[in-house]
Design a protein around this ligand. Structure first.
Ligand code: UDP
Length: 135
């Protein structure tokens, strides 16, 4: 299996709920190492740039507003199959559909405020890690 990296964001709802540590424990106890991390208040331009792929979607404006509504915790995770592993730990985009025991099932309120972001491919992970951490 390949050791790879993925980009994770703990979104404003989960930071406000004070569960950064609980989410980090899930990463660490499932073989994902935090290799870079920073807390940030995203600007509108940063959030729009990050989610540019969704800019034609009806939820784009609300998503950007949500992502700048408070601080986020951004981290690069490293481990075997890190992209897929993180997606498994996160659960489905809509917490109503997320499997029991996943981060979104346990900490997310709704599809708009769904606790975490995780890259969906190794290719996007490289782009997203560079977006926040440079090379
Ligand atoms: N989103 C939303 N409404 C929707 C679909 C998505 O607010 O109907 C938001 C949600 O926060 C999601 C993000 O847009 O996490 C990106 O959507 P994507 O389909 O890439 O889901 P993810 O990869 O985060 O599971």
């Amino acid at each position: 299996m390949a050791v790879e990296r993925t980009l994770s964001i703990i979104k404003p709802d989960a930071v406000a709920k004070n569960v950064i540590g609980q989410i980090y424990t899930r990463f660490e106890s499932n073989g994902l190492k935090i290799v870079a991390a920073k807390m940030a208040q995203l600007s509108q331009a940063e959030a729009e740039g990050f989610y540019a792929v969704h800019k034609e979607r009806p939820f784009f404006k609300a998503l950007v507003e949500f992502m700048i509504s408070g601080p986020v915790m951004i981290q690069a995770l490293e481990g075997e199959n890190a992209v897929l592993k993180n997606r498994e730990l996160m659960g489905a985009t809509n917490p109503k559909d997320a499997a029991p025991g996943t981060i979104r099932a346990d900490f997310a309120e709704s599809i708009d405020a769904n606790a975490v972001h995780g890259s969906d491919s190794a290719e996007n992970a490289a782009i997203e890690i560079a977006y926040f951490f440079g090379k």
